[in-house]
Design a protein around this ligand. Sequence first.
Ligand code: SAM
Length: 256
Amino acid sequence: MSRKIKKSVTTKTTVKNAKYYQEEMLRLFEQKAGKYSVKEIFNDWLEWNFMTMEAMKGFSIEEFRNTIYRLLKKYSKEDFEDFQKINDLLEEGIVKTQEDILGVVFMKMEPNKKLGQFFTPTCTCELMTKLNHSDFVDLKKVVEETDVFEVGDPTCGGGAMFINYYVNAKKEGIDTDKILFRGMDIDRRCVMMAILQMELLEMAGEVQWGDTLTRKMYGKYITSKEYVKRYGRTKLLMNMLMYHKMVDEIMKEMAA
Ligand SMILES: C[S@@+](CC[C@H](N)C(=O)[O-])C[C@H]1O[C@@H](n2cnc3c(N)ncnc32)[C@H](O)[C@@H]1O
């Protein structure tokens, strides 16, 4: 008598949570290390993204040019393709999970412990948001009655608190277009991370690079959403056209 034997098939599904995106990004950064350290590559990748965002808004053009020339000399076409893969992971990760993706990646890159660079995990951000607004009803009313409602974090890091506040306010049907997230950090890399992550979530944000204690300020940056509110969409589109023209010129110059 023949007996049918059921074959057990094991399948592995990957849960694409924040940890997945953070680990994948770290893996790509680590793979690139050799000539340069992981930390240096991360900083360059961050700078490249940040300066691109600045130039698209028509800001820091000279600094953008210098950064691009420096990075084009330092990295190959394949390196930039890998940078783009890291960007894709960040974008997909932050949009899908709505969590601070870069904070954990940054913490693996020798953060400055003296500056307390330990970023708040999502569950703690969630608790703090809920402690501030147990039912969001009051906030909804306040936001409706004001033109701009400001949410501040004087030591914003990569913007973990902002992201969680935004996500919860959105869930509660609050008009998040009216919320301006205003942050400050003494470390420029944190400023860049906060702007980049808020940009990807289409949040209106302004982050100052400076010392909250001494009030010494080195720079002030805004997201595109905030740019459009202040200067209009047409101006942003014009700046983007100028940016693409400038990149074409740089590429031609480098190829010559
Ligand atoms: C504990 S982390 C918190 C970051 C963020 N709020 C979060 O919840 O993830 C503290 C942050 O404060 C910044 N920092 C430390 N001293 C500062 C100062 N004097 N002025 C502004 N930022 C400072 C650090 O660079 C770091 O990003």
